[in-house]
Design a protein around this ligand. Structure first.
Ligand SMILES: Nc1ncnc2c1ncn2[C@@H]1O[C@H](COP(=O)(O)OP(=O)(O)O)[C@@H](O)[C@H]1O
Ligand SMILES: [Mg+2]
Length: 175
């Protein structure tokens, strides 16, 4: 079974993936494999352009009998059996992204995307099995344990409970 771990940059995907690896799980990081599928560079957005179809063909070609996590902010676009979306309160996300020393514009673009549920909206279009986890007050180890429980128990989808609209109202006009 292939499970995507996605979320806006800064929500803690890579930190959680590290914990899952420590616990013995197989994890593919899209940031690692994307170099094999690069088709250009977007100078305005300062990001690599990846051939998502080719990347998906590769993911499809993997014959997985156990659990394979695919971590990255485009992993919900891939052919996976379930999607875990990490969420983070926009104020806290801003702090996490500032630690990455990103420029203000890029930070605000991502904080806004988180506040507007952009990844959830895209994931819903492609997948039935989706779980959201609010990471705001949880450390990576706790989140990894939550993920391990999800894949063991396979509960019904749970999403839509995260709601950053209050932040949006308070910050309207500033983003
Ligand atoms: N659960 C968490 N609580 C607090 N800070 C976190 C958490 N997860 C990650 N961070 C911090 O936030 C920043 C971004 O984490 P990272 O795992 O790189 O996110 P992503 O891979 O989603 O972009 C890092 O500085 C990391 O130490
Ligand atoms: Mg990362």
């Amino acid at each position: 079974m292939k499970i995507a771990i996605t979320g806006t940059p800064g929500t803690g995907k890579t930190s959680v993936a590290k914990e899952l690896k420590k616990d013995g799980y197989n994890v593919i990081e899209t940031a690692e494999i994307c170099k094999n599928f690069e088709i250009g560079y977007d100078y305005a957005r300062k990001s690599k352009i990846v051939d998502e179809e080719k990347m998906d063909e590769y993911i499809k070609s993997i014959d997985e009998n156990g659990i394979l996590f695919i971590e990255g902010h485009i992993s919900h676009l891939l052919s996976v059996d379930a999607v875990i979306i990490l969420r983070c309160n926009p104020e806290e996300l801003k702090k996490r992204l500032m630690k990455k020393n990103w420029e203000e514009k890029k930070i605000m673009e991502n904080v806004e995307a988180e506040a507007l549920d952009i990844i959830l909206e895209k994931a819903i279009k492609k997948h039935d099995k989706i779980w959201e986890i609010d990471t705001t007050d949880k450390d990576a180890k706790t989140i990894a344990k939550k993920i391990e429980k999800l894949i063991n128990d396979m509960p019904p989808s749970s999403y839509g409970n995260v709601d950053w609209s209050k932040w949006l109202v308070e910050n309207a006009g500033q983003i």
